[in-house]
Design a protein around this ligand. Sequence first.
Ligand SMILES: [Zn+2]
Length: 420
Amino acid sequence: MDSPTPPAATRHIRLTSHPGQGTDSAPALRWGAADPHERGPVVGSTGNRSQRNVIGTHSGSYGVYRALAVAAGNLTKGHRADLTNTAPTDAVGPYPVWGDAHKMVSIDPWGASVQTVYADYLERGYDIRPTIAVTKAHIHLPEIKQALAFQRLQVDGKILLEDASATVTKIAVEPVWWLPGVAERFKVSEADLRRALFEETGGMYPELVTRSDLEVFLPPIGGQTLYVFGDVRDLANPNVTLTARVHDECNGSDVFGSDICTCRPYLTHAIEECIRGAQAGGVGLIAYSRKEGRALGEVTKFLVYNARKRQVGGDRADKYFLRTECVAGVQDMRFQELMPDVLHWLGITKIHRLVSMSNDKFDAITGSGIEVGERVKIPDELIPADAKVEIEAKVAAGYFTDGRVPTADDLAQVKGRGLE
Ligand SMILES: [Zn+2]
């Protein structure tokens, strides 16, 4: 195979792990400044190192695929995105909270509008990428078709169409971490946070420990996707009834219908509630976070399934959290502390109906200053038989319920299917 050999001048690797090396033209970042020009653009593209003002690069873990594409010669190093016609379909904000460095620590509030807000920089040759994209879609779900067939929902021609599709605005959000704010959120020192990030990624980002002048990190993790039913601007109006679910990715259930948990049934129930709410003059929101398997990853998750089902006595609700902790060292790594940022970005101050039973999510949302009205649990008839172990264990551990909280004896009686 003919592998392209770059000119000698570009073949040596330039480290940017020390200040003063090639940062002359990098725009200053003043996180928390309300004015986007005072705040400065986030420059995380790799084409021109002297312009970069962050650690890491765009698109989370997909940056590795970009590296592969460059290595394989499929992508020209330093390719600049042509952003023609990529602007958001719906305007979001700006809201005063965008200038609050304590509430907005894990996303760039100006990430959706760099095409216009930083047009002058783009013209001057800066490669600034949006970290948020806003578009429109129609979504087709069998559960919504079923809701129509059972007349729980009706076609209105606007939110829910004749072909049973729902109209949505969907918004993809990449994480942009302002490290001093993230450290504050987790009540740790910035130095300890930087050191742990450096060491636990196998030393992937030396600037974390050598460049304290770079305060913003684009972490190699998944982001969030928002699905909005109704008018996006209504999310910021506390007088418009907002139905919302904050959902963490569970590919096995969400996409493939695996029945060991309640994820897809709860998600589609929430979508039905969002549609109903939007049709009644409200607005609906699903905030979907890429935190597979409680952010432990799918390999760990499947190991835990085996450990649960093979333990003496079989899969039991009273051992649910214990088995996860044995494999992963913790019960959960989703850390809902950063999740509310995206709700604040949307201007949300009140969620009238929160379709979630998670106490962690509820505490994070209300703790960040967003009012929550009613909490909507998953209807019992939607819980798959094999998922009783999970839901009973969670309710016993503090998940919201309007029913009885199971005792330790009750939990020992709740059993799941064996491996077959
Ligand atoms: Zn699940």
